[in-house]
Design a protein around this ligand. Structure first.
Ligand SMILES: [Zn+2]
Length: 342
């Protein structure tokens, strides 16, 4: 991969290219930003560029042709070290983490001469899992960096790192993209509709990596929403409760579910809309027997309840149960049953 294949991180990439071009490469970098913004991919391209044996113009780096680049591409460059969390699970809750022995091995490896005669580069992928002894051991390496060595730390939560570590790194921020910008990339790369691209972009919080992997996820949530709405009139209480239960740990997906539910209601009122082919006509027919003002009221109810999700931090299961029972009451009787979204 090359830098120009990365979308939305021009600021970070320009800084890195500038550092290489002006020969002002720092001994340690901290790539900080949310998951899915391309930190690891950019770190690998940067590492490859730092190790590249050609000294071409910025657009040619990494060259992809020299011995170092060729070895990098087959994961066999002896001057590159990638460190991921490993080791025994020391505490039940902490899961896997970067452990002290890995840090010692890395420090030793970096203190040796480079194999190809240039730099040595280490990427620490799971910096956020580095704690206690491993952290302290790593700090010593940062304080006395081995010659011609570059260390790149990747962190989604730099506030959790030792301040003494952060202060020794050049921080490169990675920012989420504007959803509409990200949607354009998704349309171009995946050939999906604008409507779908916008929903995927919103679900992914503007993170390209997450968005590219998120299309199937959004389609699955869409199906759940359409299937719920197609049966909302006849749904039994235990079925509604089970549906809500299945969503109890899926808070981050809720906006997609609610948006699709709202869309079904909106489309059922505007059957000739350009989008109506997106939803099976038999779903919309279910609402034909319901007076239009009840469908409108149901739509309003959905729109009014959604903000409670973000302001009150409610229990998702209870929120959905209350919403479904309320929607049923509005569709069947034309009136709401109290609202207790807490
Ligand atoms: Zn090269």
């Amino acid at each position: 991969m090359k830098f120009d294949e990365i979308a939305g991180q021009e600021g970070a990439i320009n800084t890195l290219l500038h550092n290489i071009g002006k020969n002002k490469v720092a001994s340690a970098y901290l790539f900080s930003g949310p998951h899915g913004t391309g930190k690891s991919t950019v770190a690998e391209i940067f590492a490859k560029a730092l190790l590249c044996q050609q000294s071409g113009s910025e657009s040619d780096i990494p060259c992809g042709k020299c011995k170092s680049c060729a070895m990098f591409e087959t994961n066999s460059n002896p001057d590159f070290f990638g460190l991921k969390k490993e080791g025994a699970i020391e505490y039940e809750k902490s899961g896997r983490e970067i452990i002290i022995n890995q840090m010692r091995d890395l420090t030793n490896a970096l203190s040796l001469k480079s194999y190809l005669g240039g730099r040595k580069v280490a990427v620490i992928y799971d910096t956020d899992t580095m704690k206690g002894a491993a952290s302290n051991s790593f700090l010593k390496t940062l304080e006395e960096p081995p010659e011609k060595t570059v260390i790149i730390l990747i962190s989604a939560n730099p506030q959790g790192l030792l301040p003494t570590i952060v202060s020794r790194c050049r921080v490169i921020p990675f920012v989420p993209m504007e959803p509409h910008k990200l949607a354009r990339i998704l349309i171009r790369r995946l050939g999906i509709s604008e409507d779908e691209a916008i929903r995927v972009a919103n679900l992914a919080d503007g993170c390209v990596g997450r968005a590219l992997g998120g299309v199937d996820e959004v389609r699955a949530i869409d199906d759940e929403a359409v299937s719920l709405m197609s049966r909302i009139g006849e749904l039994r209480a235990d079925e509604a409760i089970n549906f809500a239960l299945g969503w109890k740990d899926r808070r981050k997906d809720l906006p997609v579910l609610l948006a699709r539910m709202a869309e079904v209601l909106r489309l059922s009122r505007r059957r000739n809309s350009a989008f109506s082919s997106a939803i099976m006509p038999e779903v919309l027919e279910k609402f034909d027997r319901t007076p239009g003002e009840r469908v409108d009221e149901c739509f309003d109810l959905l729109m009014e309840s959604a903000p409670a999700l973000w302001s009150n931090n409610p229990n998702v299961q209870l929120f959905l149960e209350a919403l479904i029972f309320n929607m049923q009451s509005v569709l069947q009787k034309g009136k709401r049953i109290g609202t207790t979204y807490s």
